[in-house]
Design a protein around this ligand. Structure first.
Ligand code: GLN
Length: 451
């Protein structure tokens, strides 16, 4: 199979040189061979073969097809796809078939993409390793002993295992970027409000964003540009004009992560940034600090409260089963924690404090972006642990120390593969100001990324 970019593959399909059906069968064969072991797909779109044949037929009759004609996509199990089981990898929603398409799915279908099926994840997107799924952990295709990261574990693993052309995930505090980094692929969390959340089952609605996971940067840009934009069904979304970046004079903010990241990860990032500045004479580096000390407290307080509120609809009558009776340990921890801190006698003081910290973090970024165009830091502070290895709740939450700030402030952030340490994949994050995803792509294209 050709490892070509999505745009080129779609052009081949449109010209009839590659059949949509053959592209699909290539993936289905691989999935059949390896999915049992890797535990990536939870369910499949039974109509996919017919959909591929219909696309080929349209093309042979000279009819117009979309930008993603015959391109195969895997979808995280918390994004509604009409007729497919959107179970959030939970027994609570097991057998729940979505009655409608999320806006992002509508957009992909309009461009004639083919949905292969629904993939594994941490239960209700709560987790950083993929191990909280009620249907067992997904294995990391790059090293099957290791976690693939989470919560979009199946989405990242599906791309890394070459089970699809790209996938969709959701990111509340790092869930696209963290598994992208462990699986050696590209994962973007867009600006809050640039991609519709309609049809995404909420984890923490003021942070959640849907985004693409891809094999290269160009694919990521292509998919992002297809799924973004104002949606009447999500009032936080808007259309916007892209701001231009002077690519000859990019100012890079390099974050001081001394206290938080493994030394080798820090060094790998510094080397990459130095190299890029040596190659681009007009570029500059500025060392910066981020409020990393308060990232996790702020994030988890808000998540516990909003997740508790979001799960009140799973009371066992309207959807699936009563959540407290059927969920796993991590989901229950957040429900009980959220219930506690929202008790009437506290008068909302914890949530209010966290919102104050959120404002502070936002302002910090505004200040920093007066001096730099993009910010660079590791995606996660350590390399992946082994599946099943006992790590504490604190250590599991610590995976999110570098990713949560982008969600708290609403800015876009991507994880790109950097290389390996001790045989394990390592990712680097690139952050940009609100609605400046194009800066991330422009910068990324000029720093020679691994593919
Ligand atoms: N690991 C983080 C958490 O458990 C992020 C999850 C996410 O982004 N959905 O909350």
């Amino acid at each position: 199979m050709l490892t070509i970019k999505i745009k080129q593959k779609a052009d081949l399909i449109k010209s009839g040189k590659l059949k949509a059906k053959d592209n699909l069968i290539y993936y289905l064969k691989k999935i059949e061979e390896k999915n049992k072991d890797l535990n990536i797909f939870l369910s499949f779109n039974e109509n996919c073969l017919k959909e591929a044949e219909d696309i080929d037929k349209k093309i042979s009759m000279g009819e117009d097809v979309g930008k993603l004609a015959g391109i195969c996509v895997a979808v995280k199990s918390n994004i509604c796809v009409k007729g497919l089981e959107t179970n959030c990898a939970s027994l609570v929603l097991k057998d729940w078939i979505a009655p409608y398409d999320a806006t992002v799915i509508e957009k992909l279908k309009k461009e004639n993409a083919i949905i292969l099926g629904m993939v594994n994840m941490d239960e209700f997107a709560c987790g950083a390793s993929g191990e909280t799924s009620a249907f067992g952990p997904t294995k990391n295709p790059k090293n099957k002993e290791l976690i693939p990261g989470g919560s979009s574990s199946g989405s990242a693993a599906a791309v890394s295992a070459d089970f699809c052309d790209f996938s969709l995930g959701s990111d509340t505090g790092g869930s696209i970027r963290n598994p992208a980094s462990h699986c050696g692929i590209f994962g973007l969390k867009p600006t809050y409000g640039s991609v519709s959340r309609y049809g995404l089952i909420d984890m923490c609605m003021s942070f959640d964003q849907i985004g693409p996971l891809t094999k290269n940067l160009e694919d990521n840009e292509l998919i992002f540009n297809i799924i973004k934009g104002k949606d009447e069904k999500d009032c936080t979304t808007k259309d916007y004009e892209e701001k231009k970046l002077d690519t000859k004079k990019i100012k890079i903010g390099l974050v001081d992560v001394e206290k938080f990241a493994k030394k080798e990860i820090k060094e790998l990032i510094e080397k990459k940034v130095k190299e890029s500045v040596e190659k681009n004479s007009g570029w500059t580096i500025k060392k910066i600090e981020l409020p990393l000390e308060i990232s996790l407290e702020t994030y988890y307080l808000i998540v516990y409260v909003e997740f508790f509120s979001a799960t009140r609809k799973f009371e066992g009558r309207r959807f699936g089963k009563r959540i407290e009776e059927f969920c796993g340990e991590e989901v229950l921890r957040r429900i009980l924690g959220g219930k506690e801190i929202t008790k009437e006698e506290y008068e909302g003081k914890y949530y209010r404090n966290a919102l104050r910290a959120k404002d502070f973090i936002k302002k910090q970024f505004e200040e920093i972006f007066k001096d730099v165009d993009v910010i660079v830091l590791p995606t996660v502070p350590r390399t992946a642990h082994r599946i099943g290895e006992k790590i504490s709740v604190e250590d599991m939450y610590f995976y999110d120390v570098f990713t949560t700030l982008a969600n708290i402030s609403g800015i876009p952030a991507i994880s790109v593969p950097l290389g390996k340490i001790g045989g394990k994949e390592v990712g680097m994050q690139i952050l940009a100001p609100h609605f400046c995803e194009n800066w991330i792509f422009e910068f990324g294209k000029r720093i020679n990324l691994l593919k």
